[in-house]
Design a protein around this ligand. Structure first.
Ligand SMILES: Nc1ncnc2c1ncn2[C@@H]1O[C@H](COP(=O)(O)OP(=O)(O)O)[C@@H](O)[C@H]1O
Ligand SMILES: [Mg+2]
Length: 436
């Protein structure tokens, strides 16, 4: 049954690479056995999906994973706890993806759906009611979810609650930049109201941009408003970045975790490539809980702050979805994916009272890129001088720390991720040599 629908779907959409065909065959065997899964994890390529598979699988739950391609290696597919891999031939976030997902849910009878990319969350929000007839969705409810995603709304609520936010003006076109520069000054940060844009056919992730000259400011605004809409023009804050993770249900916080991000890639607005678990900060901790309670956000949420040069914290945004922060939290003793699974299943959840602080975690691939970017972008605000960037990068090898993907009990995903990284970079090098 499964093999028929998956195969028909595939052949009508695209020509399959060899390894995908193998997975389809694998699925065919599943169909005849009619297995039910405790959880179906979407976005298998993401690190948070791997953490989720490991967390649920090691507790004896049956986990299946879905992704749109296996060609560059999907770490979660190789986890010893991934019971089944599904490769959807349609692009992430499209209606064809949704059709495939519905068919999959009908045939696998998964209990909880766990999703974490902007694209799949946007798709699920569009079809939520229909999906909820088939599966429990491990995601906050509307309207709290849409409020949290929208930075303009979130910043307005924060202001009302007395939570500091960066000085911000909303800009609709390059012609407004003069007034914004007058109000905010330079350097400044230009960022979209929502980081995920969808034009009806496809979506894209838009990252904040640092601008240091009026010309850069104009170009950034032109770039971010080319599909319409408005962008936020903010003062640049140069201090410490803090990420606070909370798990809330019925107005109560069940678990907390925090880290500070020492390095990010891209250098502004990127993922945290080197981070350290810290005690839950009193000031930002209280503010984060106030915000989450005010909007009625349930489940997992990451609240991001950045401090100014004097140490005063300002709200950046709230991410109401699983993200890379959870790997660090799990290693420090806060199992967010499991809490999320229990909550979505309607089961009782236990409070997590404490966690281990001080532990470092690193995304090596990202840290290599961050160091190279620091050399390229020397002299820009917040970028360390090249010699210091290289020294700090090397010194980090002498600090005991965990590395993203690495788990000696489940070694294959780290190998897959490394292979994917090397294939990508060697391919680019070869391509460059050929064009020389
Ligand atoms: N005004 C700002 N000043 C300094 N850094 C900023 C500013 N805005 C964003 N950043 C940096 O960029 C990161 C990403 O910005 P954020 O607002 O969270 O957007 P995104 O949706 O892209 O994650 C922040 O966590 C922060 O480190
Ligand atoms: Mg962010």
């Amino acid at each position: 049954m499964m093999s028929d629908s998956v195969n028909t779907f595939r052949t009508s959409s695209c020509e399959l690479p060899a390894e995908d065909r193998e997975i389809t065959t694998h699925n065919a065997r599943l169909a005849t056995r009619d297995v039910a899964y405790d959880a179906l994890v979407l976005d298998g390529r993401l690190r948070q999906s791997l953490t989720t598979v490991r967390s649920l699988g090691s507790r004896g739950l049956r986990v299946a994973v879905m992704e749109t391609s296996d060609s560059s290696g999907v770490p979660a597919f190789s986890s010893r706890w991934c019971q089944q891999r599904f490769v959807c031939p349609a692009n992430e976030g499209t209606e064809a993806y949704f059709t495939y997902l519905e068919q999959l849910l009908d045939r696998t009878d998964a209990r909880v759906l766990i999703t974490s990319s902007d694209a799949t969350i946007a798709l699920i929000r569009r079809h939520r009611e229909q999906l909820e007839r088939r599966v429990r969705i491990a995601l906050a409810k509307e309207p709290a979810l849409s409020t949290a995603i929208n930075k303009e709304q979130m910043l307005a609520i924060a202001r009302q609650l007395g939570v500091a936010v960066p000085r911000t003006v909303t800009v609709g076109a390059a012609s407004d930049v003069g007034a914004a520069l007058h109000e905010i000054g330079l350097p400044a940060v230009v960022k979209p109201v929502e980081s995920w844009g969808w034009n009806g056919q496809q979506g894209s992730r838009i990252v904040p941009q640092l601008v240091v000259t009026p010309d850069e400011a104009r170009r950034a605004v032109e770039d971010l408003t080319r599909f319409g809409g408005t962008v936020l023009f903010q003062e640049f804050l140069s201090g410490r970045r803090e990420s606070l993770s909370l798990f809330s249900a019925s107005g109560e916080v069940y678990a907390r975790f925090a880290f500070w991000g020492k390095r990010t890639y891209p250098l502004l607005g990127g993922i945290y490539v080197l981070r350290q678990a810290i005690a839950f900060p009193l000031d930002t901790g209280e503010q984060a809980e106030r915000l989450v309670r005010e909007i009625g956000l349930e489940g997992y949420a990451q609240v991001e702050f950045r401090r100014d040069g004097a140490g005063k914290p300002y709200l950046m945004e709230i991410n109401p979805r699983l993200n890379m922060a959870i790997a660090h939290a799990v290693s420090a003793g806060v199992d967010f994916p499991y809490l999320l699974y229990r909550w979505a299943s309607g089961e009782q959840i236990d409070r997590v009272k404490s966690y281990r602080t001080g532990g470092w975690m690193r995304h090596l691939n990202g840290d290599i890129r961050a160091t190279a970017a620091a050399v390229r972008q020397r002299g820009r605000p917040g970028v360390p001088p090249p010699a210091r960037a290289i020294r700090d990068f090397c010194l980090s090898f002498f600090t005991p720390m965990k590395y993203d993907y690495v788990d000696w009990v489940d070694p294959l995903p780290a190998w897959k991720a490394t292979k994917g990284f090397l294939t990508h970079h060697l391919g680019r090098l070869q391509g460059r040599r050929r064009t020389v």
